[in-house]
Design a protein around this ligand. Structure first.
Ligand code: AMP
Ligand code: TRP
Length: 327
């Protein structure tokens, strides 16, 4: 069975960009692959976090993973900091990667822009991500488009390591959807929908109420025309809303264009509210049930046990290759 690994940071709320670009796809993979889905708390602390919020967000993300349909009897769900091998392999890989390649990472440039101080952790973040992936002999990594460069770096590091020390790592491949891998901000369709955007109407969170969803969609930027047509270059706002409509309803872009011909944006947006609310409603009610059931802790404990077993073997293999004494 092929292996899959992916991670989401337990920072703030999870939005429909995260869902469409990544988490929804995790659910689709769980029946055919041996999947490891991680709550990457060590990545979160590369920027300041309130300890109480980090704690709550980590457990909430676990409940949300299950609420969207990830089945703990099929997939391994765990918290990154519960598996020390991630931090250890990250160090070993740091000693086999270069400042120059990290300097090229666009996400580091974006996240550090205008900051007075930046942690070294933010700089080496992509190497921790490479360690996450390589520790599980991962074949496929489902992610949104913004992680493409990090995946390329991971592959480069793995190939270089294999050339230097002999076959040590499986070379992973990104699974980036052709469609929906970059959901844009509702208030500015030239920027990706992002957790860190302070305008709450720039995004729809998975736990948003129907009235908040309605407000955000009705406010979403479109253009001065009135035609519901998919044209990313000339109509980025409308095309973004159509993408969300398409992925959450299953209706094709052609069908959507046909349905709203001559009707303007008002009706289209009102229907999109319905589509989003009915996609999120079952997730939200399952989420509440899961939190109440108290099963999150048990699932995470079992998940970390399996993750530790699998990753320790691979870490051991790598340390032997590098010449560390192991007994
Ligand atoms: P993060 O919240 O940064 O940990 O992201 C979790 C996953 O969501 C990653 O696979 C990202 O690539 C994906 N993602 C984040 N923002 C978006 C977006 N606006 N559109 C599509 N995928 C996204
Ligand atoms: N860097 C990813 C993000 O911000 C999260 C992440 C950490 C990840 N480790 C990973 C994704 C390993 C895929 C595989 O979205």
């Amino acid at each position: 069975m092929k292996r899959v690994f992916s991670g989401v940071q337990p920072t703030s709320q999870i939005h429909i960009g995260n869902y469409i670009g990544a988490i929804k796809r995790f659910v689709e993979l769980q029946n055919d692959m041996d999947c490891f889905f991680c709550i990457v708390d060590l990545h979160s602390v590369t920027v300041p976090q309130d300890p109480k919020e980090l704690y709550e967000n980590s457990l909430q993300l676990a409940a949300l993973y299950m609420a969207v349909g990830l089945d703990p009897s099929k997939v391994t769900l765990f918290i990154q900091s519960h598996v020390p091998a991630h931090a250890e392999l990250s160090w070993l890989l740091q000693c086999n990667s270069y400042m120059g390649e990290l300097n090229r990472m666009t996400q580091f440039k974006e996240k550090s822009l205008g900051k007075d101080t930046v942690t070294t952790g933010l700089f080496t973040y992509p190497i921790l991500m490479a360690a996450d992936i390589l520790l599980y002999d991962t074949h496929y990594v489902p992610v949104g488009n913004d992680q493409k460069q990090h995946l390329e770096l991971c592959r480069d590091i793995a190939i270089r390591f294999n050339n230097k020390y002999g076959e040590s790592f499986v070379i992973p491949e990104p699974l980036i959807a052709k469609f929906g891998a970059r959901i844009m901000s509702l208030d500015d369709a030239t920027k990706k929908m992002s957790k860190s955007n302070e305008n709450k109407h720039s995004k729809i969170n998975l736990l948003d109420s129907p009235s908040k969803i309605k407000k955000s969609i009705m406010k979403a930027v479109t253009d001065s025309e009135s035609e519901v047509r998919f044209d990313v270059e000339n109509k980025p706002g409308v095309s973004n809303l159509m993408t969300i409509y398409n992925v959450l309803s299953g209706m094709s872009l052609d069908e959507i264009e046909g349905k709203y011909k001559g009707m303007g944006y008002g009706t289209f947006k009102k229907d999109l509210v319905e589509v989003v609310v009915s996609a999120l409603e079952p997730i939200q009610s399952r989420y509440e049930e899961i939190l109440k059931s108290g099963e999150v802790e048990k699932v995470l404990k079992e998940g970390s046990q399996r993750a530790n077993e699998v990753s320790n073997k691979i870490l051991d293999r790598v340390k032997k290759k590098m010449g560390f004494v192991t007994f």
